[in-house]
Design a protein around this ligand. Structure first.
Ligand code: C2E
Ligand code: CA
Ligand code: CA
Length: 398
């Protein structure tokens, strides 16, 4: 792997000198430095990318928080390490903010700077980079022409993540998630190509490719009298297209897959400002017999009115609630309220992001019935998903 570029953002000159000197001794790559957020912005704009920003938070002028907000949109930062004396509650909120900005948080070193702790985080960063799919160096993000070539060559592939019952782990369906088998980088996750696809209106092309792959799988399984319910992610921008339902109807007919075996997941934030034509498409999809899921429920702005107005058949509770459940009692309260809400509306609730046995047990206590998460299965390529299905004694439907 290439040498790492590190940026040290620290206003206290002596601290900065000690940190930079220590890093220069152990890391071969460039160690950049800045005394405040403004300087850091200038340094960042002058370089191709920074692998790790070592960030103090409090300083006069533009502070560390403002710098991170500013820098997150540049796509040039690989990961952030905090190095601050802030009290733990504020640091926790800062970590949440870093996640919200879409940045990778590596760890919190506190102060004064300790080389040992930092070396440990550098190793973690290298591990993440060598895992490839999750974290490329930002300097290596695919370009538009690369994405177009990938679409032309059919390099985008449907992966399938099972939705299961919390008790007994019975298969009830699967979510279709996009992966790009890149000739140079291997399998890439959506974070590496969706932003550029959104910017250049390519999401629709991706959708049709995955939809056809999913229907082909359903058709093949259907020929063996096996039914699997598949859920496809629809980007809010696609809902504005008048021809959407027509083409879905045509493809369902051609593949002989019943509409009731197909669901579409739409994020709640995409629905807040949806024009009437988008809502019309949602109604049409339901009239056709497809399911509709409100995705990432609870992560965006509250959209209870949309939930009551629109014909949703499923809520997918954002995985942030499961992640925080153990440390924040309020998250558990939100989960049990969501269970009650779905019950009252007569629709299903899938809890996302279940990773441990403890979470599974607690979610059952809170009344949860359906879930999705790494504990049960990661998103699987088609052949592995078929193996997963074959291990099920009986298939249940959502
Ligand atoms: P999503 O729709 O909320 O999909 C679930 C994401 O959570 C997936 O990430 C999945 O791999 C991940 N996940 C599942 N279980 C766990 C778990 O236990 N722990 C953790 N930490 N993560 C888990 P992925 O595949 O990277 O997709 C990210 C997002 O990209 C999706 O979020 C969806 O919004 C979008 N996306 C993926 N494929 C498509 C697509 O074909 N079209 C559109 N429009 N969006 C897509
Ligand atoms: Ca989804
Ligand atoms: Ca989701």
């Amino acid at each position: 792997m290439q040498d790492l570029t590190v940026l040290v953002l620290e206003d206290e000159p002596f601290q900065r000198l000690v940190t930079v000197t220590a890093l220069e001794k152990v890391l071969p790559g460039p160690i950049l430095q800045a005394a405040n957020g403004h300087e850091a912005v200038v340094v960042l704009s002058a370089c191709k990318a920074v692998d790790i920003v070592l960030c103090d938070l409090k300083m006069t002028g533009m502070d560390g928080l403002a710098f991170l907000r500013h820098a997150s949109s540049s796509g040039k930062i690989g990961a952030v390490v905090l190095c601050s004396e802030l009290d733990p509650v504020l640091r926790q909120a800062t970590v949440a903010m870093i996640h919200c900005l879409g940045l990778t948080f590596l760890g919190d070193l506190g102060k004064p700077f300790k080389l040992e702790g930092f070396s440990h985080l550098v190793n973690r960063y290298r591990e993440l980079c060598s895992a490839g799919p999750q974290l490329l160096s930002p300097a290596e993000l695919p370009t538009l022409s690369d994405v177009q070539r990938g679409l032309d060559n059919g390099e985008f592939e449907a992966y399938y993540q099972p939705k299961v019952t919390l008790e007994g782990q019975l298969l009830v369906g699967a979510e279709v998630l996009a992966r790009w088998t890149h000739p140079q980088w291997g399998v890439l996750s959506p974070a590496h190509f969706l932003p550029i696809m959104e910017e250049y209106n390519l999401i629709n092309r991706l959708f049709w490719q995955l939809f056809e792959q999913g229907l082909a799988l359903q058709q093949r399984l259907g020929a063996q009298e096996r039914v699997i319910n598949l859920a496809f992610n629809l980007h809010p921008a696609q809902l504005a297209c008048a021809a959407l339902t027509e083409r879905i109807t045509m493809l369902l007919k051609r593949s002989q897959v019943p509409a009731s075996s197909v669901m579409f997941e739409i994020t709640e934030s995409g629905l807040i400002s949806a024009p009437a034509s988008s809502l019309e498409n949602l109604v049409r999809l339901r009239m056709l017999g497809c399911g509709l899921a409100m995705d990432d429920f609870g992560a965006g702005y509250s959209s209870l009115d949309r939930l009551s107005e629109l014909p949703f058949t499923q809520i997918k509770l954002d995985r942030a609630f499961v992640r925080k459940m153990q440390n924040q009692p309020k998250s558990a309260a939100i989960i049990s309220c969501s269970v009650a809400l779905a019950q009252a509306l007569g629709i299903s609730l899938v809890i996302e992001g279940v990773e441990t046995d403890e979470q599974q047990a607690r979610l059952i206590e809170l009344g949860g019935t359906l879930a999705q998460g790494f504990l049960f299965a990661r998103p699987l390529p088609e052949s592995h998903f078929i193996d997963f299905c074959s291990q099920q004694a009986d298939w249940h439907r959502c």
